[in-house]
Design a protein around this ligand. Sequence first.
Ligand SMILES: [Zn+2]
Length: 157
Amino acid sequence: MSEVPIFVGRSHQAQHREAFTLDYACRACGLAAEVALLATGFANAPSRDDALEGAAISSARNARGAVPLLRCPRCGRRDDRAVLRFALVSALQLALGAAPFSALAVLAFHERLGEVGWIFLATGLIASLAIYLRVVHPRWFRVDRRARFYLPDEEGG
Ligand SMILES: [Zn+2]
């Protein structure tokens, strides 16, 4: 577990990292197991305590959200519906992050302010990238490496 509060302007930014033990159930083969999953959460709040609490809540939510995305240690499959839902939510988050800047870029191009338009477009891309790196990538790409399964019938061979 680690907590890293950083004071940014008038708000505190906190990061919380913790290993959670959760129940895993595979839809494909019916395996039920416990899994220890390392999850990170971020939060911003005006007070340091609220930021730390928010980051802890966020890490727990990320851990619960990641469990259905894990590859089953027995049959090697993932829950297609959970993966699809995750992909849709991620795409929506990226689109919403870039939307205000895209709108400004369209406006700037319409007003023949080309350079300003490109700046807004670039800012939108950076916003999307930031969301991707902070929200999407950590939850998805290393999800299996952050997990350790405790199988009920774990034996050698
Ligand atoms: Zn399975």
